[in-house]
Design a binder for this molecule. Structure first.
Ligand code: APR
Length: 315
């Protein structure tokens, strides 16, 4: 069911959050509440975006706030609150700080929007998604993480660049955790239906796989003061659109697995169908032995990081 006047809250008015909010209103698909702990920042960015509205020609409202009461009855909540990576920092270095932030945010979100669908963007992504799920007590189809859309968008760009074709015609599939052990799947990556394994030599495909896995750190090393935000914001906004417009889009997202792919009790990137119910189906690909092995290895790394939540008594 397409939502009539969807309300979407974006938590964190920093680079990813503010850009995601901008994408959402400029897509003209929902009203947005932008919330942050910093006083003035969400209000200032929201006002600036409202002042762009007469030029951008959309009808959506955005409100900046520090108060969760303004987020009441949101249909979708995107959590981007936290600190971003600096050079030399892995996503896991962020774990403790961001877990405390995400935990507090989830409590407030659930209090005011008990029926919402939560998309987690804060890193380390798979662990923060698990934490949000545990804290929210929502069914797993209503809590998932944004990573696969971004990782596969990066891979799509690298494939398009290598073949000098339109990015429109390139699809890519990246499974696994949002870390160095993610699993790009060239066999399931195509140009207008043609697998890239028929279009590119193995060495070039390996290069693309490696660049995809290191896509986040490549940007961190260039920016030096933070991490990527344009493509992450676009990816999160596209997931919101699939939900509020009940598009039934098929994307890899960090979803809770309960036996699928032979994995249990772990959030990891797999293809799903996204619609107004959240995750409406988990799609199980028939993976080759080495692909499945790589996915399981990635899941082990995610599980080991997730267990830190319990060791550090963060849940
Ligand atoms: N509640 C709400 N907002 C918070 C909280 C909190 N408890 N704690 C921090 N924030 C806000 C910060 O004030 C800041 O405005 O989160 C925002 C984060 O913005 P940036 O520092 O610009 O970070 P950004 O690049 O947006 O990344 C946010 O997304 O991709 C991930 O790894 C990235 O975990 C990071 C997150």
């Amino acid at each position: 069911m397409v939502l009539k006047n969807p309300k979407v809250t974006v938590v964190g008015a920093g680079n990813v959050g503010a850009t995601c909010a901008q994408r959402l209103i400029e897509k003209n698909i929902c009203d947005v509440v932008l919330i942050d702990i910093l006083e003035g920042i969400p209000q200032g960015k929201a006002l600036d975006l409202m002042e762009a509205r007469p030029v951008e020609l959309h009808d959506r409202k955005i409100k900046g706030t520090n108060n969760y009461s303004a987020t009441k009855d949101s249909d979708v909540v995107v959590i981007t609150a936290g600190i971003a990576r600096k050079p030399g920092m892995s996503r896991d270095d962020l774990l403790k700080t961001n877990a405390q932030i995400v935990s507090g945010v989830t409590t407030e979100v659930v209090k005011y929007s008990p029926d919402s669908i939560i998309i987690v963007v804060s890193n380390p992504l798979d662990v923060m998604t698990h934490l949000t799920w545990l804290k929210s007590k929502f069914p797993p189809k209503r809590v998932f993480g944004m990573a696969g859309v971004l990782d596969s968008a990066r891979m799509r760009f690298f494939i398009a660049e290598a073949l000098n074709v339109s990015t429109d015609d390139v699809q890519a599939m990246v499974l696994g955790g949002h870390g160095d052990q993610m699993v790009p799947l060239p066999r399931f990556s195509t140009v207008s239906g043609i697998p890239i394994t028929e279009l590119l030599p193995p060495q070039k495909i390996n290069e693309i796989n490696e660049r995809t896995k290191n896509g986040g750190i490549e940007i961190v090393n260039l920016l030096k003061t933070g991490s990527a935000y344009y493509a992450p914001a676009s990816s999160a906004a596209t997931m919101v659109e699939a939900i509020v417009q009940d598009r039934k889009r098929v994307f890899p997202v960090a979803a809770y697995l309960n036996g699928e792919y032979g994995l249990k009790d772990v959030f990891i990137g797999v293809p799903v169908k996204l619609g107004s119910g959240g995750i409406e189906e988990i799609i199980e690909l028939k993976l080759a032995a080495e692909e499945l092995e790589a996915l399981h290895k990635s899941a082990e790394a995610v599980k080991s990081n997730t267990s830190k939540l319990f060791e550090l008594a963060l849940v």
